[in-house]
Design a protein around this ligand. Structure first.
Ligand code: BCO
Length: 569
């Protein structure tokens, strides 16, 4: 009966009816049940256009949907209405001008420019699968992504366009290159002017909740990054009441998430979470990370919530600013790497605001957290956020008792919860490897206490988490191997007071370089890595050794080197 009442009142499918009717009836921000799986869901038509309608009806305040600023004093403020208009135009650019179709893969490599939001929403409107990537990538990183994903299109800036052009001939699937720039470039379509000329009339696809929406590249111990493919369920999860409790955003909130546009955290914190609640997304262009600019920005603009990796908060605390009492800031949340209890306490003392921890992965979105207002246990990353059932498991998928070290596992059987990635695209072997009994095995080690709080311990494998970046040692070792001074290398994680962990390379030199100045060589090798792959991966520590520890079969024992770094041997 409810079904029919909802349908007659709202004209949408049941779950959306609930969402819309409750909102329209003044029950506050949109709501949904943790276990709802509507057959169809599309964030563009069901959320963005919903808030546009609210604006038209005068039911949402004057705050913009997107508020973008830069260091030159430029500002862009777009309402939801403008977002709907612009993203419909962008959708037409993709389908009409470029001939891209539902299910096609599109590489999105943009810095924090407003077009990043347009591209994502246009992809969601059209069913094109977007693949965000960091602008730190070099030609080889881009080549790999384009080839492995068979991307049909790419959107980037004039800084990276030459890198793309240098590899495009090796990417037969790549048909469309879109440039976000005020200048034109041969062989590239001008995204900005196309948007102006395209029609704002577009019919959004009717996506199934479990249809693909996005791909995030994520590093592992071996090989190249894997493609974690997500359905529209990743966006739907932001609606679930338990997830809404993490930040408790309101339409009047202004949320600034500082994550680089290449990571899942940016999609969640700079788009899905705030727009689900009808809040304002605040963005600073911030081409180079500068904690001074962050502090100034938090003083200058009416930002109410801030989400960033722990390293960002650490670097702000290091500033020796006279005051960190930000006038409008009410809530801070952090995730992406481990946070120490002392750091949480220092932030509270300096700012007067608590720093809440969350935990997640490219594969899962935010899966655990200390929800706003929940008791903080310093150093803990909070509790599982339903519908995720998170347990500490052994290597066979058996649930371990409280206070026992094991792997963080998310139950995926008998039902795979909304929000957990679909698969590693084109990689059934790796997809199967992370299935462990009834659980997805995150590869992160932790304990759970009797109250259900999780305590992060580290990685089960050799993956490095440096200032929130997940780095595969093989990616750095491969880059080092291209330099003539390197006979062989082993790359591991090493502790760092600011970045939590940094990349450390143990290097055996080729005979020709043995007599070279070591400091000079260190700088040269660091520069070399920065030039051949995304610079965030470069080894901030280098140690030259005569040999590497190996097993009898000749495999490098990275774990031995890592344990030494952390004083565990
Ligand atoms: O420190 P250096 O100066 O020696 O080198 C830095 C940069 O200067 C340099 N660089 C950057 N862009 C470059 C470049 N060099 C040449 N060409 C370019 N285009 O390379 C190094 C980059 O390292 P970085 O980015 O780690 O350092 P930076 O700039 O100090 O930034 C610090 C952080 C904390 C802002 C940055 O590390 C960061 O953003 N971390 C957070 C990452 C994040 O958001 N993680 C979340 C992932 S999603 C997730 O975990 C799931 C949660 C639900």
């Amino acid at each position: 009966v409810l079904w029919d009442i909802h349908r007659s009142r709202c004209g949408f499918h049941p779950a959306l009816q609930r969402l819309r009717c409750q909102s329209l009836s003044g029950a506050g921000a949109p709501r949904w049940n943790d276990c709802d799986t509507p057959e169809e869901f599309n964030f563009a038509s069901d959320v963005l256009d919903y808030w546009t309608q609210m604006e038209k009806e005068g039911k949402r305040g004057p705050n913009p949907a997107l508020w973008w600023v830069n260091n030159q004093g430029d500002e862009v403020k777009w309402s939801f209405r403008e977002m709907t208009d612009l993203t419909r135009r962008a959708a037409n650019v993709f389908t009409q001008t470029c001939g891209l179709q539902e299910g096609d893969h599109l590489a999105l490599i943009l810095p924090r420019v407003p077009e990043w939001w347009l591209v994502i929403m246009a992809c969601i409107r059209t069913g094109i699968v977007f693949m965000p990537g960091t602008t730190q990538m070099k030609a080889k990183d881009i080549l790999y992504r384009l080839q492995v994903s068979k991307a049909k299109g790419i959107v980037t800036t004039d800084t990276l366009a030459p890198e793309v052009d240098s590899v495009a001939s090796e990417c037969p699937a790549l048909k469309t290159k879109l440039l976000v720039s005020d200048h034109s470039r041969k062989g590239w379509l001008d995204f900005r002017s196309l948007i102006q000329s395209e029609s704002p009339v577009h019919t959004c696809i009717k996506s199934k909740t479990l249809d693909p929406m996005a791909i995030f590249f994520t590093s592992g111990t071996t090989g190249f990054p894997k493609m974690a493919k997500h359905s529209h369920g990743l966006a739907l999860r932001s609606f679930f009441p338990s997830c809404r409790k993490l930040l408790q955003l309101k339409t009047s909130d202004v949320l600034w998430c500082l994550s680089d546009t290449g990571w899942v955290l940016a999609v969640l914190g700079s788009l899905l979470e705030p727009w689900t609640a009808g809040s304002t997304v605040f963005v600073h262009h911030l081409p180079q990370f500068d904690p001074k600019v962050i502090v100034q920005t938090l003083f200058k603009y009416p930002i109410t919530q801030c989400f960033a990796a722990p390293s960002v908060f650490r670097m702000i605390l290091q500033q020796n600013s006279t005051s960190l009492r930000f006038p409008t800031l009410e809530h801070c949340c952090t995730g992406g790497e481990a946070l120490l209890p002392e750091e949480q306490e220092l932030w509270r003392r300096q700012t007067g605001i608590l720093l809440y921890q969350a935990y997640g992965q490219s594969e899962t979105g935010i899966s655990c957290g200390t929800l706003r207002g929940m008791k903080i246990k310093p150093g803990s990353m909070g509790k599982a956020i339903p519908p995720y059932d998170i347990q500490i498991i052994d290597d066979k998928g058996n649930i371990l008792p409280p206070n026992t070290e094991g792997n963080i596992g998310i139950r995926i059987k008998p039902t795979r919860p909304i929000g957990v990635f679909m698969r590693y695209e084109s990689n059934p072997v790796k997809t199967a490897e992370v299935e462990c009994g009834d659980f997805y095995n995150s590869g992160d080690r932790a304990t759970i206490d009797a109250e259900g709080y999780f305590w992060f311990l580290g990685r089960a494998d050799d993956v490095i988490n440096a200032s929130g970046y997940r780095i595969g040692p093989a990616e750095v070792e491969n880059a080092l191997a291209e330099h003539p001074a390197v006979a062989e290398s082993a790359v591991v994680s090493s502790p760092d007071p600011i970045r939590g962990e940094v990349v450390k390379a143990f290097i055996v030199l080729t005979p020709k370089f043995l007599s070279h100045d070591r400091d000079q060589l260190t700088k040269e090798l660091q520069q070399h890595v920065k030039s051949v792959t995304a610079p965030y991966k470069y080894p901030r520590k280098v140690e030259f050794v005569s040999e590497l520890p190996k097993t009898i079969t000749g495999k490098i024992k990275r774990s031995e080197l890592r344990k030494k770094e952390f004083g565990q041997m």
